[in-house]
Design a protein around this ligand. Structure first.
Ligand code: NI
Length: 218
């Protein structure tokens, strides 16, 4: 990828990379999570970009999480990493389409829904620790962007990987999952584990009083 240096950004990234590991994750309330990000156009240079990606991957594993967007480590660039080993039961895998997603880097990703089907499940965010909520998302999306070497991709994602790429791409537009969640579904991680671990959120919808897409309120 071409190198158009941005010295302010470079100083910021170098300070980040010289600091604490795993990289500290920015929590909701920091404006960096609410600003649109700059397209990545080689501002860091390949070597520094590579180090940032490795550090983001390390933080993703340490959290642990399935996706981490650059603003979550304080960097306002259109860049995210995703990876999901999908350690779930067969029943959950079947219901949520949660299949393993190998590590990959999304540079300048943009998605659009494919078809009208929505899928509603609990999700969480490393920047909103301790909470989860149900979000109805496109069941299938077309994602376009580049990889870390600048090679363009144009792919469809379904199931849980579709949820992950939507969540991370939304971060790059300054959107948190809570902005589009069923707010009545908001549950502590403890409650999700103890009460709402069913493969689908129907029981939670009934008990907490929120509507799932395609469902009619009684
Ligand atoms: Ni998030």
């Amino acid at each position: 990828m071409g190198f158009t240096p941005d010295t302010t950004l470079i100083q910021h990234v170098d300070a980040l990379l010289d600091g604490q590991r795993p990289l500290p994750i920015v929590a909701a309330g920091d404006p960096v999570l609410r600003r649109p990000t700059a397209p990545y156009e080689g501002q860091l240079g390949d070597e520094r970009l590579h180090r940032l990606i490795l550090a983001m991957r390390e933080s993703l594993h340490a959290a642990p999480g399935v996706g981490l967007a650059a603003p979550q480590v304080g960097i306002a660039l259109r860049l995210a990493v995703i990876e999901d080993p999908a350690p779930v039961t067969d029943e959950v895998r079947e219901a949520r389409g949660r299949v393993p997603l190998p590590f990959r880097v999304l540079v300048n990703p943009v998605y659009e829904g494919v078809g009208d089907t929505r899928a509603a499940f609990f999700e969480g965010c490393l920047s909103v620790p301790g909470w989860q909520a149900v979000v109805a998302r496109h069941a299938r999306v077309r994602l376009r962007g580049q990889d870390e070497r600048g090679k363009a991709f144009d792919e469809e994602f379904a199931g849980w990987p579709a949820r992950i790429v939507q969540h991370e791409t939304d971060h790059l537009d300054g959107t948190l999952y809570l902005d589009i969640a069923e707010t009545r579904s908001l549950s502590s991680t403890q409650d999700v584990l103890e009460r709402w671990s069913q493969p689908t959120p129907e029981v939670a919808a009934g008990e907490l009083g929120f509507t799932l897409p395609g469902a009619r309120r009684a």
